[in-house]
Every structure is written in C-alpha cells, then in structure tokens.
Write a protein that binds this ligand. Structure first.
Ligand SMILES: [Zn+2]
Length: 386
C-alpha cells in the first residue's frame, strides 16, 4: 500500500509516472507560489480521475505562502492553531478532501507556543480540546503526525498515543525522519510503526548533515540518508512486512520508483513464486505468479500449444515498453490480446495485452496484475491451491 506526495495541480502527471501507487497524498500548495485555491471543476476532474484509477487520496493540510494572508507570508495551520483563520483554512482543505473522496486528513500537531512569552504556552488540555473540535467538524478521519521538534506537541509516540486515546476516531501518521530529529531512539521505531493506532507511515530518510535530536525538519531520499548509510537498527526494507499506507515525502522524484520498490511488498499473503491455476482464452497453461516479474508474459512454446492455428489476435505493442530479464533486455516476438483468468474458479478474469517471448516458463503473472489487483491476492479471494 504505497503512495507518493503530490501538489494538487500535478496529481495526474505524477500518477502517470508511478502507476504502481495505490495512494496519493495531496497538498494544496505549490512550490514557489504557495497555497492553492482550486476551483470546483478542477476538483471534480481530479476526483473522477482518481476514482477511475482506483487511487485513494489523502489530504495533507498544506503550509506555505498564502496570497490571502498578510503580505503573502507563509502559514502553518496545525491542530494547536485550530481557531480563526487557520481553522477556516483547515476546514476548506477538508472540504476539498471531501470532494476528492479522501480517506484521511494528515495534519501536524503544531507548536506548544510560549517561545517568546512563557505565559502564552498552550496547555495540553487546550490542545486536546482543539483536536476534538477538529475531528467533530471533519467528516474525514484525522491523522495527527509526529513532530520533528520537542517544542511541538506530539514529538514522541507516547504523547501522540495520549491524545488519540481521548478521541477514538483519530489515529496517527508516523514520520520516520521526524522521529529521529525529535530525539527518539531509532531502535524502537519498528514497534511504533506496527502499532494499531499508526495508520499511515511517512517514509523519509534523514539528511546526513542533520544531527540526532536537532529538531530540524528536512527530508532525504531513502538511498542517501542516515538510515540508508549507517546501521541504526532499522532498515527501510523492513517496511515491506508492514502492510500499512506508506507515503514517500522524499525530495528527488527521479528516485521514487527505486524507493517505492524498496518499501513495497507485493507478496504479502502470497509467496514470491507460486504456481497457480491460469487459463488464457479458456485454455489451461502452466501459470507462475512471480512478484519479481515486471509484467505478465508468455512463452512462444506455450502459445503454439494452446493456439496452434494462430486464432488469438495479435495487437500493437505498448509504446516504449521494454522487458528486462536478470541482465539483458528480452526480445518480444509479438503481442497478443487474450483473456487471462487466475484462480481455481477463475476469480480473476480480465483481458490483457501479453508479450510473447521466445523462451521461458509458460506464463508468468507479473506485477501489473499483482499490483492492480493486489487486494484480491492479499485477502486470498483467489484460491490458488487445487
Ligand atoms: Zn511527514
């Protein structure tokens, strides 16, 4: 259950680059420009797009320059500031979320205040009261995120747990980078991430220059930061075994495919390579479900056995498509258009474009089916055993 983070105006562009995602975390702000106020027709069109692609949106309450705020200065609406202008800002974005059929609202807890004047510190009771009011006024479930700084509410998991225990509808979004910069022990993170109250994980590495407990909030790619570089008792690969919403908030989108692969486990609930009852156009083949295969493919030999007269129609190749085996590009003889069915009772059944290759097993069921139909594999709605 992986996802990326996107500005609202770039949702389609981003999805098309990372089609294996199931979730998209949307921010209504744009780099350099700031808070974005979408029109209804924009929301409708993105809403329909996401619905068609079966992508589940999550709204991250935005922060940035606000053209409607004093002098276009940056705003950071948080739970602690849930009143007045910021409350209206948050409610407006929740309403966008409603129009997009968002599953969750992610929001930062915010500063405890009192940095300049100790008397202006926000008491915990006040914070919890605002959090309660926020959930009451939101038709979408709220996830509060752990803070990168101890000057903010929720910089430890225990604090967060303390708040959400008082408001059962609220759960937690846990950020791996914030955990470290707020001075929490990395060794304990896996147990936190596995906790029932953590619904969503913000998967971010820590820039090498950020020191432990420094309260800085800067994200790094999963292959370049402190967790990737040093043995801290936690590795991003361990997230594969955690079947929760995992959202990248890392800075270099050219690395996102690699990062998504690092944390995503397509094989939860099924073994990596599994023989399965498969038919092509109703003819039985030897089917292998292989979560290491990029795409479903079929051998020439198998095709000539089930279709000796060449009745299955050929089709145009997918433009730019390349098949890679372990070390080289695999030549594709042709493409056929056929109905693939998987499962003892044909529980999965869809028409697919299948590349025919000169060698190999009969049929490999690859990631484009496994990813898109992940839920049915996960919940064993497909009976693989005979
Ligand atoms: Zn985050």
């Amino acid at each position: 259950m992986i996802g990326i983070t996107s500005e609202f105006t770039k949702v389609i562009e981003n999805y098309e680059k990372y089609p294996e995602i199931k979730y998209i975390q949307i921010l209504f702000c744009q780099r350099n420009i700031g808070i974005y106020y979408p029109e209804k027709r924009e929301l409708d069109s993105i809403s329909n797009y996401l619905k068609n692609k079966k992508i589940i949106p999550i709204i991250h309450i935005s922060m940035g320059k606000d053209p409607k705020w004093w002098n276009n200065t940056p705003i950071h609406p948080t739970v602690a500031k849930y009143y007045g202008y910021f409350r209206r800002h948050i409610l407006r974005e929740i309403n966008y979320g409603k129009q997009l059929r968002a599953q969750y609202i992610v929001i930062h807890c915010g500063s405890k205040g009192g940095r300049k004047n100790i008397k202006r510190t926000i008491p915990i009771e006040k914070f919890v009261e605002r959090l309660k009011q926020l959930q009451e006024e939101s038709s979408i479930s709220i996830l509060i995120e752990n803070s990168a700084s101890k000057k903010c509410f929720g910089s430890t998991f225990d604090e967060l747990l303390g708040y959400v225990k008082q408001i059962p509808k609220i759960s937690i979004c846990y950020d791996t980078m914030h955990h470290y910069s707020a001075g929490n022990d990395i060794n304990g993170i896996l147990n936190i991430l596995k906790h029932d109250k953590v619904i969503c994980i913000h998967v971010n590495d820590i820039p090498l220059k950020v020191t432990y407990g420094s309260e800085e909030d800067e994200h790094e790619s999963l292959t370049n930061g402190i967790i990737a570089t040093y043995d801290k008792g936690f590795k991003f690969e361990q997230l594969k075994s955690i079947n929760k919403i995992k959202i990248l908030e890392t800075p270099r989108n050219e690395l996102w495919n690699e990062e998504l692969r690092l944390i995503n486990n397509m094989t939860t609930g099924i073994v990596k390579v599994h023989s399965a009852p498969v038919t092509i156009n109703g003819r039985r083949v030897e089917g292998i479900i292989d979560s290491g295969a990029e795409w479903t493919l079929m051998s020439e030999k198998a095709l000539s056995r089930i279709d000796p007269q060449g009745k299955i129609p050929t089709t145009n190749p997918i433009p730019g498509f390349k098949l890679k085996s372990a070390n080289a590009e695999m030549p594709i003889e042709k493409w056929i258009l056929a109905t693939v069915s998987i499962g003892k009772n044909g529980e999965y059944k869809k028409q697919h474009k299948i590349p025919i290759v000169s060698q190999g097993r009969e049929v490999l069921i690859g990631l484009e089916i496994l990813n898109n139909e992940f839920d049915i594999f996960l919940t064993h709605k497909i009976s693989l055993c005979e």
